[in-house]
Write a protein that binds this ligand. Structure first.
Ligand code: GLU
Length: 594
C-alpha cells in the first residue's frame, strides 16, 4: 500500500495542500491547433491574468479557464441570468479542468439578486451513502486509513450534488433553456479542446504519488499510449461526456437515475475498498437552499456560505477579529501581517473544533460570530508577541466535541459572474483531490469528497468529532464563496478560491488587500499567500523577506517553499456601475467582459 510518507518525501516536506506546487512545471512538448469552435491554443496558453477592458461594462466572468469564461460570457450575451452562465461554465470546467471540478462533484454557490438586494446560498455538497457510519475510513484494526489509500477508494465517493444544485437554481432564476446552457460544453467535448497548462501539470504530478494504473479507463483518457500525460495544446475530445451532458440537458434527473446513475454505482463499488452508493442514494440526493452568513466589516457586510461549509464562519470570524484593528492604517507591514496571521490561527482553531454538518451536529454558528465573543478572541492578539499556538475558544451555546485537524487536498475551482442586471454569482466547486477519486464513468470523474470527513472519527478522549462520517451527512468544507455588500445592500465585490483548507486564508487575503490595503483585484489575487493554521505559518514565494524576518523575531514559526496554489477569481463593482475583475496568475484563467 502506498503511504503518505512516500508522498511527503516526494514533495520535500511540503504539505498535502501544496502538492500541485511541489514539483517544477514541466516543459510543453507539443502543440496543436484546436478546431473551431474552441479558442486558439495561443489563447489558452497565454491567458490574460488581469483583463480589464476600457469600457468596463457591468457584465463579466472570471474563471479558471478561457474556454469556461467564454461559455459563461456566451450565456450572458444570449440574455441569460448569472445562473445560466454558471451552468455553462461548470459544464465546460468539467471538460477542460476535470482535475478540479465537474458534474461528479459538489459545490457551494452564492447568488446576489440585484433587484431584491438579497443573497441566496445553494448547497450542492455531496452526501455520504445511507450505509455509511463513523467507521467509514477505519481499517480492520480500527486504525484510520492513510490519506492516499482513502483518496482513491470507492469509500471516498459521495453522492454528487452539483447538477441537482444547478437545477434548483435554474428553476429559480434561469432565463435560458436548461438544455441550451450545456451547448458550449457539448460542442467542445465533441469537437475537441486544447489541453491547458494546469491540466498537463497536474496529470504529470499525480503520476508521482498515485499513478492511474489501477484505473485504466481514466489513464487511457488522460495519458497517451506510452502512459505520458497529454502535452499542453493537445486536442482532446470526450464524446462520452458529450453524450452524458446531452442526457442531462434533456432532463437533469437523468444524472440521478438510469444509465448514468448505474455507471456511478458501478464505478464506486469497484475495488479497491468499494464504496456503498446505491441507486436510491442517488435518486434521493437533495440540494439545500440556505441563508447567507453576513458579518459586518467596517462599512461593509461580508457574506459567505454557512455550514457544512466552514468558509462563511471562518472568514466571518477573521474579519470580525480584524475589525478590532485598524488594518488600513497598519497596511501590509509586519504589524498588519502579524494581526492577519493570529486572527487566521484563532479562526482555524475554532473551525477544527466546532464545524460539521448542521443537520447532524449543533454548530454554534451564532456563538462563533457573536460580537462579544469575537472581541474576546481579538483581545488574544497582542502587537508585540506572536500567538504561535491557538486553542479553540468557548463561544456561547457551544457543545464541546473532538478537535479535527484533517486537511483537504487541492482539486477545486472558483468562479464569479456578474450580469448586465447587476446580479452576481460566486461559486466554489470541487471533486476534492486532483482528479477526485480518479474513478471515471460516462466521461466524467467521481469525487473523493468523503475524505473531507474526519478519518479518525473520535479524539483521544473518545469524543465524537463534529465532522465524523455518518449516513446522509455532508462532509465539512473549507469552500468560501464570498460576496461583499455595502450597508445599503449594494454589491461591492465577489471573491473566493480553491486550495484545500487554505481557501479560507486566500479568501481573507483578497478581502483585506482590496477593502483595507487599496489594491486592485489583480494585485489582490497576485499577492503572495499566507496561511496560518496550527503552529505554522506558511508563506508563499515572493513574500517580502524583511517582513518575514521581523515576523520570525516576533515569534512566528514561518515555513516558506513554493507555497500553495490558489485560484482566486474576483469581480468588483466600479463607481460608474461597471465591473473590473481578475484571475489568479497561478492558474490558467481570465477575467473578461462579454
Ligand atoms: N474538498 C475541499 C473542500 O470542500 C476543497 C479542496 C480544494 O480546494 O482543493 O473544502
Amino acid at each position: 500500500m502506498r503511504s503518505i510518507g512516500l508522498f511527503t518525501s516526494l514533495c520535500l516536506g511540503a504539505s498535502l495542500i501544496s502538492l500541485a506546487a511541489c514539483q517544477p512545471a514541466p516543459e510543453a512538448t507539443q502543440t496543436q491547433t484546436a478546431p473551431s469552435p474552441a479558442p486558439s491554443v495561443q489563447e489558452v496558453l497565454t491567458p490574460t491574468p488581469v483583463n480589464v477592458s476600457q469600457e468596463r461594462p457591468k457584465a463579466m466572468v472570471a474563471a479558471a479557464n478561457p474556454l469556461a469564461v467564454e461559455a459563461g460570457l456566451k450565456a450572458l450575451r444570449d440574455g441569460g441570468d448569472v445562473v445560466d452562465a454558471a451552468i455553462a461554465i461548470q459544464a465546460v470546467l468539467g471538460l477542460v479542468e476535470p482535475q478540479s471540478s465537474g458534474i461528479g462533484g459538489g459545490a457551494f454557490m452564492l447568488r446576489y439578486d440585484a433587484k431584491a438586494q438579497t443573497i441566496t446560498v445553494y448547497d450542492g455538497r455531496e452526501t455520504a451513502p445511507s450505509a455509511v457510519d463513523e467507521t467509514l475510513f477505519l481499517s480492520e484494526s480500527d486504525q484510520p486509513l492513510d490519506f492516499l489509500t482513502a483518496w482513491t477508494s470507492g469509500r471516498a465517493v459521495g453522492v454528487p450534488g452539483v447538477i441537482a444544485m444547478l437545477a434548483i437554481a435554474h428553476d429559480d432564476h434561469g432565463k435560458l433553456d436548461w438544455a441550451s446552457d450545456f451547448s458550449s460544453a457539448i460542442s467542445l467535448a465533441n469537437h475537441g479542446f486544447p489541453v491547458a497548462k494546469r491540466l498537463h501539470d497536474v496529470s504529470e504530478q499525480v503520476m508521482a504519488y498515485s499513478p492511474l494504473d489501477e484505473r485504466p479507463a481514466t489513464a487511457s483518457y488522460f495519458y497517451d499510449d506510452q502512459g505520458r500525460p497529454w502535452p499542453i495544446g493537445h486536442v482532446l475530445t470526450n464524446t462520452a461526456y458529450a453524450q452524458t451532458l446531452s442526457l442531462i440537458a434533456a432532463d437533469w434527473r437523468n444524472f440521478y437515475e438510469g444509465p448514468i446513475a448505474l455507471g456511478i454505482v458501478e464505478a464506486t463499488r469497484a475495488e479497491p475498498l468499494p464504496g456503498a452508493i446505491t441507486m436510491e442514494d442517488l435518486a434521493s440526493y437533495t440540494p439545500v437552499k440556505r441563508e447567507a452568513l453576513c458579518v459586518p466589516y467596517r462599512s461593509y457586510q461580508v457574506c459567505g456560505a454557512p455550514p457544512p461549509a466552514s468558509g462563511g464562519v471562518a472568514v466571518g470570524q477573521i474579519m470580525g477579529m480584524l475589525n478590532h484593528f485598524d488594518m488600513q492604517a497598519l497596511g501590509p507591514t509586519r504589524d498588519g501581517w502579524h494581526v492577519f496571521i493570529d486572527a487566521n490561527r484563532l479562526a482555524y482553531a475554532d473551525r477544527d473544533q466546532y464545524v460539521g454538518d448542521p443537520d447532524f451536529v449543533d454548530v454554534p454558528i451564532e456563538g462563533l460570530l457573536d460580537s462579544d465573543y469575537l472581541a474576546s478572541r481579538a483581545a488574544l492578539i497582542t502587537m508585540d508577541q506572536a500567538l504561535v499556538r491557538a486553542l479553540p475558544g468557548e463561544p456561547p451555546r457551544a457543545e464541546t466535541m473532538g478537535i479535527d485537524a484533517s486537511n483537504d487536498a487541492p482539486g477545486t475551482s472558483h468562479f464569479v459572474i456578474r450580469d448586465n442586471d447587476g446580479n452576481v454569482l460566486s461559486m466554489t466547486t470541487t471533486v476534492e483531490s486532483p482528479f477526485g477519486s480518479q474513478r471515471m464513468t460516462h466521461g466524467f470523474l467521481l469525487n473523493n469528497q468523503l475524505t473531507d470527513f474526519a478519518r479518525a472519527p473520535r479524539d483521544e478522549e473518545g469524543r465524537l468529532m463534529a465532522n465524523a462520517p455518518a449516513a446522509g451527512k455532508r462532509p465539512r468544507s473549507s469552500m468560501s464563496p464570498t460576496i461583499v455588500l455595502d450597508q445599503d445592500n449594494n454589491f461591492v465585490l465577489a471573491t473566493g478560491s480553491p486550495g484545500g483548507n487554505s481557501i479560507i486564508g486566500y479568501t481573507v487575503k483578497s478581502l483585506v488587500a482590496m477593502l483595507d490595503w487599496g489594491m486592485t483585484p489583480g494585485e489582490a489575487a497576485a499577492m503572495p499567500n499566507v496561511v496560518a493554521r496550527g503552529e505554522i505559518t506558511r508563506m508563499e514565494e515572493g513574500f517580502d523577506p524583511d517582513i518575514q524576518q521581523d515576523l520570525r523575531a516576533q515569534g512566528h514559526r514561518i515555513e516558506g517553499g513554493r507555497g500553495e496554489v490558489s485560484g482566486i477569481h474576483i469581480i468588483r463593482a466600479l463607481p460608474d456601475g461597471g465591473s473590473e475583475g481578475a484571475a489568479d496568475p497561478r492558474r490558467d484563467g481570465q477575467a473578461r467582459h462579454p
